[in-house]
Write a protein that binds this ligand. Structure first.
Ligand code: ATP
Length: 155
């Protein structure tokens, strides 16, 4: 008889990311999206915590690295959840990604790292059209609504 340890059928994972917004010369809101040529993917910048890092710290670091922009947090937008099968071991990963509303304070998208092939400011309608995952598109809509409310409150 062979003894086998019970193996979990799923593991949890968490990532943190950002919706970076600005208003362009035509008064339209733009957001930053990231593209990968091989996977024909457009996504929001995000990533996993380093040891000891808190949620907003992770989001700031990942967004800075992946977009080349200097950013600050302007609010917490919300979470998305999805599951996928990890190719290395066949385990199901149940993942939560929390997104923060962010504003760019400097930097340049030309300085993005190699995580993505393209990093672009695009108007919201274009972002919603391009983003690969509908749950990220919903996050962009919620972030833009939050940004508009903050603008109204400052008036
Ligand atoms: P991170 O950027 O958090 O380090 P990662 O690059 O390791 O993450 P994910 O981006 O979570 O991994 O992608 C892992 C799998 O989940 C891929 O198969 C991808 O297609 C799928 N996936 C990624 N984002 C979403 C999403 N928003 N909704 C549904 N499935 C997604």
């Amino acid at each position: 008889m062979s003894l086998r340890y019970p193996t979990p059928d799923a593991v949890n994972a968490a990532s943190f990311g950002g919706v970076v917004t600005r208003v362009n010369a035509r008064s339209a809101v733009e957001v930053v999206i990231c593209g990968r040529r091989a996977a024909s993917l457009w996504a929001l910048p995000k990533g996993t915590p380093d040891p000891g890092e808190g949620p907003s710290e992770t989001a700031l670091r990942e967004v800075r690295e992946e977009t080349g922009l200097e950013v600050r947090v302007a609010g917490e937008v919300g979470d998305i959840n999805y599951s996928y099968i990890r190719p290395e071991d066949g385990l199901r990963v149940d993942k939560t990604v929390r997104f923060f509303l962010m504003r760019a304070t400097g930097g340049d998208t030309a300085a993005h790292d190699h995580e993505y092939d393209f990093v672009e400011w695009v108007e919201v309608t274009e972002a919603l059209r391009r983003l690969t995952y509908p749950n990220e598109a919903r996050i962009v809509e919620a972030a833009v609504a939050m940004a508009a409310q903050q603008t109204d409150e400052r008036r």
